[in-house]
Design a protein around this ligand. Sequence first.
Ligand code: GDP
Length: 420
Amino acid sequence: MKPTVMIGAQWGDEGKGKLVDALAADYDVVARFNGGNNAGHTIMYQGEQCKLHVLPSGIFQKKILLIAQGAVFDPNVLLTELEFCKKHRLKLDLLIDYRVNLVMPYHKLMDGAHEAWKGKKATGSVGVGIGYCYEDRNNRSGIRCEDLLHPIILKEKIVMLLPLKMAILEKVYGIKTNLKVKTIVDDLLVAAKILGPYVGDVSLYVSDNVDKKKLLFEGAMGTMLDGQFGTYPYTVANNTIASSVFPSIGMPQVPLKVIGVVKAYTTRVGGGPFPTEQINADGDTLQTIGHEVAATSGRIRRCGWLDLPIIRFAHRLNRFDSLALTKLDVLSDFSKIPVCVGYRYGKKLFRQYPGNSHQYADCNPIYKVFEGWNKPLGGIKSWTALPKLAQEYIRFIENDIGVPIRFLSLGPQRDALIRL
Ligand code: GDP
């Protein structure tokens, strides 16, 4: 069985966590390979709404969990999730790669300071320091999980880095801090006691098991948030596309099965262009019925109609084998459902995201309007039980992208899923 990678096709929040939780039953291992605790997956478990920021979404199916090199996290956030597992008596079989970088207190301060500096051009970062953690990783100034196992080296690194970080905060951004080497090191050593036993070589584990175990790789962010190919600079600081799984895990380039997760409409959090955004009653209805509130920041998500050119672009970058269409139930209240099938840019027409993010900001959507089915979809368990007009909407997307829709999600619960 080929390893599977699950990738969001839009700006994140497509419902990847729910899908991973539901599909994990078919796998042995679930691995998180990118993003930080700025990501948030909401999963319904035993009737409770659970939010995960670091642990892979396979936790509720009691699978082997991996956090690979490409991810970063704040140790305190992971400690909270481990407490949650203890409270819910969830067995934890976890391996964290030596190379995973940790978010430090100064990363969070720099995140806030840099956003304030950018003013109106702020990226819309959730302010938990992830971009600055990646910046240090790439500058070879990161604190890695391996350092937790070597307290003397850990302290030497903090002693070397902290004065520089404090000087930047104070002299560039004008922020006085009372960060202390001792406090940072002591906190990390407390975390090390708990996390240390889980730290090891994920790259080796995956390479050894790629032909033996069923592997599911969980992308934390959407394609349009990719740090290079997304709507830069309103993106995350790492890669989110399927091929990034290889360097992010450190595994051989075996063929993958790629599942693209597509929300039946579009949302995004923070700044950046969004041509199909509906700043009107329709957008409000999508936001309210879809409960479109960001899992990490609690911010209201911006809402709009499905944008097929970005799904075509996501398919071009990820080469999806199949699609999972989520939140179709949210469209049940609309009598007309527009879908963007192209963009008008001056005299030019674009069928895909244009690649130039400045052009994208000035694109005007061309819509095809579908009749709504006006019936709730909750409880439907088969294709044939779906209203004909909902079937037409689904088939249109499938034919347009040229990729079969194999999973249809009609609610947040694990079993609100039709396999096609
Ligand atoms: P992720 O980051 O892609 O995992 O997505 P989030 O968890 O941030 O946001 C998706 C939200 O939609 C969560 O609150 C899910 O519980 C919810 N959800 C997932 N699938 C469905 C669905 O098919 N219908 C409805 N109504 N909600 C869903």
